[in-house]
Design a protein around this ligand. Structure first.
Ligand code: NDP
Length: 446
């Protein structure tokens, strides 16, 4: 047993930190985890989980509208933001408790308070110093707020779950994951939503045909977009906020949401003093085994800015703990990581876009299914789904699958197994269709 207080001290009880703590403790290590906010991290407390619950809540708006075509009469329907907000908050509290139980049941010591690294083996939490053989930084990322006058009048995804009331008008700055997801939620709830973005596209990096489909459907639903714009000033007035743009135009709104990306949370940890190097993105630089420039200090998850997704952070934390405390050396495989945007309708994607595949493989074959889901047809809802398979022509392997349409993320997870396994287009085609489903289109693309 080492002379340190703990074998492992983890900073940050989010997805990566909790998994690393639990696995290391399971291997017999004496583990502590420091957390300055709430156990559970971004995903559970103010990210994926409450967001998904809002997505469910918002989608009733269209379901109830469509219900009439299926014979249902729903009188007096009305939406109450406070009910949804409070119920989501209760669920977050429940999960927060479960995460705490996981730590307690695994005999992981929780240290509440801000952590600062004093030297390669010492961390100070809320004024008390603790030593550890190994330190793991899993502090995640925080929303980026741009340097424009009045930026402080905007809110971020941290605050949006606690809005005192549903805004009548909302402007969302950015057009990535967070922007498109909350645009879908608040538009469905009845807020007048405008998405503003610096470039002329939404969801840059996604298969362009799908991003364009989301844009077209969103426009048809009545969302507003101001692309290719530069916000220069936010002014607070008695009527709300006025956003001033470089082109001289302005927009009035009640709430401004910053959704311009997330930056690694490295401040206040004492990293420079102890010699932990950052990379050019401001993230903690780590090697393939998550080790920083200080041999006893490691980092996983968003603070390393490799792939900002919860399941990736969890796997990095698991791999770290297995390697250091379980004698099991394995590394995270970053190829073919599935990803989804819970917009309305949602998108799912795994592997290469058509352009990426052309760069990587030269000749590719592309298959698309562009169809109106059966439910939308009867509902009289003119929204088409779009599925796209990208195939390496020389091997026939499906190297990318991209979908927009109802339940696309649910379907995509299963497709990701096939893409990860390197299955060929011929094997997709050999698979019997499951009728009538939307996903049968995946095996019917000729
Ligand atoms: P994204 O990186 O998805 O999108 C950022 C948006 O902000 C883009 O539209 C980009 O414009 C714009 N932008 C970036 N920097 C600036 C700047 N300096 N000035 C003006 N505009 C800027 O970020 P999000 O905040 O939406 O999400 C952060 C990350 O969190 C995601 O990348 C994802 O990894 C993760 N996440 C995942 C979710 C999921 O899995 N469903 C849900 C939510 C978040 P453009 O690219 O057009 O130039």
């Amino acid at each position: 047993m080492s002379s340190h207080d703990f074998d492992l001290l983890v900073i940050g009880a989010g997805s990566g930190g909790v998994r690393a703590s639990r696995i290391a403790a399971g291997h017999g290590a004496r583990v502590a985890v420091a957390e300055e906010f709430r156990v559970g991290g971004t995903c559970v407390i103010r990210g994926c989980v409450p967001k998904k619950l809002l997505v469910y809540g918002a989608h009733f708006a269209e379901d109830l509208e469509d219900a009439a075509r299926f014979g249902w009469t729903i009188e007096g329907k009305r939406f109450d933001w406070a009910t949804l907000r409070n119920n989501v908050a209760d669920e977050v509290d429940r999960l927060n408790g479960l995460y705490q139980n996981t730590l307690d049941n695994n005999k992981v010591t929780t240290l509440l308070g801000h952590a600062r690294i004093i030297d390669a083996h010492t961390v100070e939490v809320a004024g008390a110093r603790h030593t550890a053989g190994t330190i793991l930084i899993a502090t995640g990322a925080r929303p980026f707020i741009p340097d424009v006058p009045g930026a402080e009048h905007g809110i971020t995804s941290n605050e949006i779950f606690h809005l005192p009331e549903q805004p009548r008008r909302m402007v969302i700055a950015g057009a990535g994951y967070i922007a498109t997801e909350f645009a879908g939620v608040f538009h469905e709830l009845g807020t007048d939503v405008t998405v503003i973005n610096r470039s002329d596209t939404i969801l840059r990096g996604w298969e362009p045909a799908l991003a364009d489909r989301l844009l077209q459907i969103s426009l048809a639903k009545g969302l507003n977009f101001k692309l290719n714009c530069r916000l220069v000033r936010v002014e607070k007035t008695d009527a709300g906020l006025v956003l001033h743009f470089a082109d001289g135009k302005s927009i009035e709104t009640d709430v401004l949401l910053w959704a311009l990306g997330r930056v690694p949370q490295t401040e206040g940890l004492g990293l420079a003093e102890v010699g932990v190097a950052l990379n050019d993105k401001g993230a903690i630089a780590v090697d393939a085994d998550n080790r920083s420039s200080v041999p006893s200090i490691f980092a996983v998850g968003d603070v390393t800015d490799r792939v900002q997704l919860t399941p990736v952070a969890i796997r990095e934390g698991h791999s770290f703990a297995d390697r250091l405390f379980g004698g099991k050396a394995w590394r995270v495989d970053y190829k073919a990581i599935p990803s989804a945007v819970f917009s309305n309708p949602p998108l799912g994607s795994v592997g290469l876009t058509e352009a990426e595949a052309r760069n990587a493989h030269g000749e590719v074959r592309v298959f698309t299914a562009d169809f109106r889901p059966m439910k939308n047809v009867l509902a009289g809802r003119n929204e088409r789904a779009l599925y796209k398979l990208v195939v390496d022509a020389s091997t026939d392997r499906v190297v990318g699958a991209h979908m927009i349409g109802p339940d696309a993320p649910e379907i995509l997870q299963a497709v990701a197994i096939a893409v990860k396994a390197g299955l060929t287009k011929a094997q997709f085609d050999e698979t019997m269709a499951l009728h009538p489903t939307m996903s049968e289109e995946l095996v019917l693309m000729r």
